[in-house]
Write a protein that binds this ligand. Structure first.
Ligand SMILES: Cc1cc2nc3c(=O)[nH]c(=O)nc-3n(C[C@H](O)[C@H](O)[C@H](O)COP(=O)(O)O)c2cc1C
Length: 343
């Protein structure tokens, strides 16, 4: 029976355990140039020392106007490769594998003068009204996703995650709530996502898996539910996604009836539903930072990997502590063995 410390393999990606550090924006770029800084280096390498099997670097954007804020990471320029490579190489030394979440914020780009989106609908009354993208501009953004992934491959990443969740550009196209286009990108809500998948796959080695993060349900009035998420995920799977990372919401103001739970494991049923319906590997995330619970998600086959976000913000050594708590063997850096004695 698999548990949190059972190794895992997906195509050429070999993980020493099932623990994932999910993408978490640090808004710590100093010169608005998208370059990773020493903060990012220390932050990610600490979690590699702390034992995480897979570290997915935060939302990293394909163009300047695709950033949530001017302090986001970017991969629109070759200059951005080297500081990311430094992080990847260091994480590898501690046995972690490293992914990066490639994204465009679309209408949620707060510092863009005029954000872009499938349709000219603002996120809420306090947000800028975005400009609807032309077909030509859509093609250009798909190309920017391709180039960003080409750079990520050069930086040595082991896996790519596309941000298709939380109301960012790919989700904006996939959702009938934000995509009101009458052209082919509105008739087929998955057209943009499929084109991005195909473009980035063309840059990825054959044995490198592609992960897509999706919102398994929406929380706006009239938003889609898990059935719709299964339907479009099936299309994205056909287009080349190897694994889904199941989150939820983020598309707009939360409806009174749609408020997400704040209890532990609140998104696990969504992950399980996608896994069961599509026979595809999934990452579960959302308040899974109690080791016994995270272990149960793997043991019960709800998900293949478990991501621990805020728990790892609190404690970079979450994984080493979880191994102690679960009495499982894991590799501890030589310098820290006295902190994690083996029984
Ligand atoms: C500070 C912070 C930044 C985040 N940034 C991102 C991000 O860049 N991309 C993303 O998909 N999710 C982001 N998230 C969501 C997390 O990846 C994760 O799904 C969420 O925190 C729930 O997991 P948890 O309960 O283990 O923290 C962020 C969360 C936090 C707390």
């Amino acid at each position: 029976m698999d548990h949190l410390f059972t190794p895992y393999q997906l195509k050429g990606l070999q993980l020493k355990n099932r623990v994932v550090m999910p993408p978490m924006c640090q808004y710590s770029v100093t010169n608005k140039d998208g370059l990773a800084t020493d903060w990012h280096y220390v932050h990610y390498v600490s979690r590699a020392i702390g034992g995480a099997g897979l570290i997915i670097i935060e939302m990293t954007d394909v163009e300047p106007d695709g950033r949530i804020s001017d302090y986001d990471l970017g991969l629109w320029s070759d200059d951005q490769i080297a500081p990311l490579k430094r992080i990847v190489d260091a994480c590898h030394q501690y046995g972690a594998r490293v992914g990066i979440q490639i994204a465009h914020a679309g209408r949620k780009a707060e510092d863009a003068e005029v954000p872009v989106a499938p349709s000219a609908i603002p996120f809420d009354e306090n947000s800028k009204t975005p400009r609807a993208l032309s077909t030509e501009e859509i093609n250009e953004i798909v190309e920017k996703f391709r180039l960003a992934v080409q750079r990520a491959v050069k930086a040595g990443f082991d896996v790519i995650e596309l941000h298709g969740a939380h109301g960012y550009l790919i989700h904006q196209f996939t959702s009938a709530y934000t995509n009101k286009r009458t052209d082919e990108y509105g008739q087929d809500l998955t057209k943009f996502g499929k084109e991005v998948i195909q473009a980035v796959k063309s840059e990825m080695p054959e044995n490198m898996p592609l992960i897509m993060r999706i919102s398994g349900r929406e929380y706006v009035e009239g938003g889609y539910g898990i059935d719709k998420a299964i339907e479009f995920s099936g299309v994205y799977q056909q287009a080349g996604v190897d694994m889904f990372h199941i989150s939820a919401g983020g598309e707009g103001p939360i409806a009174a009836a749609g408020r997400p739970g704040t209890h532990v494991a609140y998104q696990v049923p969504l992950a399980r539903a996608i896994k069961e319906a599509l026979h595809v590997p999934v990452i579960a995330v959302g308040r899974l930072d109690e080791p016994g619970l995270a272990n149960a998600v793997i043991g019960n086959e709800d998900a293949d990997l478990v991501a621990v976000g805020r728990g790892m913000l609190r404690n970079p050594y979450w994984t080493l502590e979880a191994a102690s708590a679960l009495r499982q063997e894991t590799e501890v850096p030589r310098q820290y063995t006295s902190g994690f004695p083996t029984r």
